[in-house]
Write a protein that binds this ligand. Sequence first.
Ligand code: PLP
Length: 427
Amino acid sequence: MKKHRMETIAIQGGYNPGNGEPRQLPIYQSTTFKYDTSAEMAKLFDLESDGYMYSRLANPTCDFVAKKIAAMEGGTSAMLTSSGQAANFFAVFNIAGNGDHVVASSSIYGGTFNLFAVTMARMGVEFTFVAPDCSEEELEAAFQPNTKAVFGETIANPALTVFDIETFAKKAHEHGVPLIVDNTFATPVNCRPFEWGADIVTHSTTKYMEGHAATIGGVIVDSGKFDWMAHADKFPGLTTPDDSYHGVVYAERFGKEGAFITKCVAQLMRDFGSTPAPQNAYLLNLGLESLPVRMERHCSNAQKMAEFLEAHDKVAWVNYPGLPSNKYYEKAQKYLPNGSCGVISFGVKGGRAAAEEFMAHLTLGNIETHVADSHTCCLHPASSTHRQMTDEQLEAAGVPADLVRLSIGLENIDDLIEDVTNALAQI
Ligand SMILES: *Cc1c(COP(=O)(O)O)cnc(C)c1O
């Protein structure tokens, strides 16, 4: 089939109706699927034929959407999960278990950090965190003989650091392990990590992909490029028989293109059941149709807002990768030439109290624990998501007490700037 461009895949990818079939993706609202003989069903249980049996494992609506996202990222296979948290957990746990080790960027989403540093640590997976802009020597030193993966975020939520995908991918491959990249904030519209050497991509589809603050969801995409068999000793789960599926060897039966996702569905979705609802997959698909158009507007609105804030005398600092003054501007130009994301963080002069005051006077920017949807919203981490931390701990985490996170939506930018102008005037 002809390779189409992003805007076309976003609309026409995944579900492709036949003659007389519904134009829009049908919602297969069914837990289970019927078969004429037990022998046919047995083949599904042995992973010998494609098909559906139970929606905890797989559902056609969800699979059509996963297929579209795989095409948008330029990968070979994908699976939806019920949340971004589940996607990151599955992506790592699929290849790293008790006694294994993972190198991760320290600049990642707080929920992911907790998942790794607390919950997965309890499960016996050890993590070494390195700065996203660490030296090659520091990165090299983080690897251990039992390292199974490297993890980072294209644009970190909320620090907005830009991950050096190419450098981390090269180092991961030197050590015979894959690079997993959480591409939530950039979306495949602004960055396709596989083109820079990443092997597995994850998303919280809750953010721009679904885009309207309507559903929680996640996705895992495989580039199909990592050669598990070439590093068979490191990845026995993929390269030796799985007794729970009659001795299937995933990397042999499903090849580089399909082994990772097939194993992840067959084992982790089966056992943990972080299953997306078909109804949510349907809404995600609607969001994906307009993703390229929306990302363009999110980025142009955010760029104007960032420039406005940077010039304002009540603003202490602005962090947005699209500003030439930004530490990550060069990397953003390399990895995100068409724009980064709609999220800006900035500090209001006067610290914690001024930040709270400013936010209370916004009328369009609502206070929410969310980012990256059509509605403009803001959050003061020091008094909400990070409120258990002291000012010193906040500073060290890159989330100082005066930080306001502003997620720019799709409203008219002049209205948004007027709203911010007014709120700043009230401090
Ligand atoms: C929100 C987010 C997650 C977690 O996703 P949920 O859908 O909320 O479970 C993971 N990574 C990033 C970068 C996020 O922004």
